[in-house]
Design a protein around this ligand. Structure first.
Ligand code: F6R
Length: 607
């Protein structure tokens, strides 16, 4: 999704902005641009396509010690040079970059056009430049504030004024804005990863807040012109982990990081003495946890599938009725909010609009909501009543892998903690603690199958369509496996509970349609083997994903992907790794852009 970086200081701004935009590339974009302040003028450079297109257009020397840059993901108007940000006011004195959607852009545009303004793009964002220019005040901050009072919609906005060198003003409503504090220099960004090589000290703006800054200081205020203060926080993750480190793709790197990222999710959270897990940030006493009667988990996409796994896992261990729902569906159906239900939202970015809207709906109705998030200080993490940071580290590839495994790990920890409050015995608690401790090792073993899975992917990626099937806790993994394949290889894939096959989809099984059958070694194995028979009887190719030694599986399958024997509590997590590898190798064989698949953005901050 769109990205923002702005800088004011004593160094040349252009290289800082371009490097920052490069760090934002992973979020997905289709055009980019920068604005530089030099000699009381604002120069803009914009280009459709990849950042390299913008770099080609830049003159050898670009002057300016303050400026801003933007990566745009087209919503209003195509991805063209003219629609790329920054946008300038007619006189060229005000420049803006904007993330979000201006809902009353049409009405504002008509009014501005009636007063003689000529628009040069089809974007909703351009109205902001003209509106600010048409709202003169003593300070730039005041112009921006007055202009924003006329605006409906969401924004993460940065503004520069040709007459005010070194000054930047930013505002936030529904789209992240983060201030970075350097040594006699300041930054603004929508994603802290863009500025980590310069500073780790950041301040997150809240909705309805503005910031004005020069190279030495910044002041927070609100749309109602009240001043605001906030302590800065220090970001601790390693900027080095944003590099490829020798891997061909971020996706590959992130899959292979999972033994480490899951270890970080587990770190300090297993308690041998009481055979349980301890999640420090829940902000709920044992008594409050005991009073919970129901669990509802919400998320979008991969996070929703993790939520389904989480609900299964909690219901099995804690024996509390638990369910998952896509966050957008939940928020639009005027949900009942119950005082004894614990609501949990799960989101890697912590910025997904639909998930955030669900949090607000629950809290507005008096419900209690916890967050499972990866990005520290993200909007969702700041708005929930408590929660768990996954500590998976930054996820750069658009398709989620290591965040998914850390989501599952977080849910297993929560299930164990709740289970031990209810009827999981200390003995079984110890078995589960020991099983969880082995997660990183089991993931590493699953990753050892990379080469055979790559060979299989070469054989199957010619298919037009694939099925994924699994029973009970394997079903959400089938959904996630199918999503990964769709997203990065563009092969059509559908997932079903194995038991549903005979109720319709079986009609589509034929020799050209492979089915990936999840067969974890559990009590339902025989039933799952009967699905293999159903498919083989229709001459469908079968790839079994199993950790069972059953010779029947080998007999009935065309290929077998093996994952390691482990406690069945871990099956969804470990099986999921094999499906990630399969999707990745299909996509690579087909020559796809695996890190930035078409039409997709890393975090979806619009409706
Ligand atoms: C799929 C994927 C998306 C995200 C979804 C929610 O690989 O990455 O489906 O899971 O957009 O994003 P977060 O977790 O940031 O809320």
């Amino acid at each position: 999704m769109c990205g923002i970086i702005a800088f004011t200081g004593n160094r040349a701004a252009a290289p800082i902005l371009i490097a920052g935009l490069r760090r934002l590339e992973y979020r997905g974009y289709d055009s980019s641009g920068i604005a530089l302040h030099s000699r009381n003028k604002i120069q803009i450079h914009r280009a459709a396509g990849k950042l390299s297109q913008l770099e080609k257009k830049l003159p050898a020397k670009v002057a300016g010690k303050s400026g801003m840059g933007h990566t745009r993901w087209a919503t209003h108007g195509e991805a063209t040079d003219e629609n790329a940000h920054p946008h300038l006011s007619t006189e060229g004195n005000i420049a803006i970059i904007h993330n979000g959607i201006i809902e009353n852009a049409n009405a504002l545009r008509k009014a501005l056009e009636a007063s003689g303004v000529i628009f040069s793009s089809q974007t909703d964002s351009e109205v902001l430049a003209h509106l600010i220019a048409a709202t003169p005040a003593e300070t730039l901050l005041e112009s921006v504030r007055q202009a924003l009072l006329q605006v409906q919609g969401t924004y993460g906005l940065v503004v520069m004024d040709a007459e005010r060198p070194g000054e930047l003003v930013a505002a936030r409503n529904g789209s992240p804005v983060i201030v970075g504090i350097g040594e006699k220099e300041m930054f603004i960004t929508s994603d802290a990863n863009a500025i980590l090589s310069h500073t780790r000290e950041v301040v997150h703006l809240d909705d309805g807040e503005l910031v004005s800054m020069d190279q030495k200081s910044f002041q927070l205020s609100t749309l109602d012109a009240a001043s605001a203060t906030r302590e800065s926080i220090t970001i601790t993750h390693d900027a080095g982990s944003l590099e490829l480190e020798g891997y061909r793709h971020y996706l590959l790197k992130e899959m292979f990081e999972q033994p480490k990222s899951v270890e970080r999710t587990l770190r300090g959270r297993l308690d041998h003495r009481f055979s349980t897990a301890r999640l420090g940030g829940l902000n709920l006493t044992a008594r409050e946890l005991l009073d919970i009667r129901r669990i509802k988990i919400l998320g979008c996409g991969t996070a929703y599938y993790a939520a389904m796994c989480g609900a299964n896992c909690i219901e099995q261990l804690a024996r509390l009725p638990s369910s998952a729902e896509p966050a957008a569906e939940f928020r639009y159906r005027n949900p009942l909010i119950e005082p004894d239900t614990l609501y949990i939202v799960v989101s890697q970015s912590g910025e997904t609009f639909d998930t955030l809207a669900a949090v607000r709906e629950i809290r507005r109705k008096g419900g209690r909501v916890l967050g499972i998030n990866n990005v520290v200080g993200s909007t969702i993490a700041r708005e929930v009543d408590g929660g768990v940071y996954m500590h998976a580290g930054p996820e750069v590839s658009v398709a989620s892998t290591k965040a998914f495994s850390s989501m599952l790990t977080s849910f297993m920890l929560l299930a164990l903690q709740l289970g031990r409050i209810h009827d999981v015995s200390p003995q079984y608690g110890t078995v589960l603690v020991e099983a969880l401790e082995r997660c990183p090792e089991k993931i590493a073993e699953a990753l050892e199958q990379d080469a055979p899975i790559a060979a299989m992917a070469k054989k199957y990626c010619v298919a037009k369509s694939m099925f994924y099937i699994g029973r009970t806790d394997a079903f959400p993994i089938a959904l996630e496996g199918a999503l990964k394949l769709k997203e990065i290889s563009y092969i059509h894939a559908e997932a079903y509970p194995a038991s549903e096959l005979k109720h319709g989809p079986l009609a589509l099984i034929d020799p050209d349609t492979p089915t990936i059958v999840l067969l974890p070694d559990n009590d339902l194995l025989d039933k799952s083997i009967s699905s293999l028979q159903e498919i083989k009887a229709r001459k469908g190719p079968v790839i079994a994903v199993t950790n069972s030694d059953s010779p029947e599986i080998v007999e009935l399958s065309d290929d077998v992907i093996r994952f390691p024997a482990c406690h069945q509590f871990l099956h969804p997590l470990v099986m999921g790794i094999s499906l990630q590898l399969f999707a990745y190798h299909c996509a690579v064989t087909m020559g796809r852009d695996v890190d930035q698949p078409r039409n997709l953005a890393k975090s979806v901050t619009v409706e």
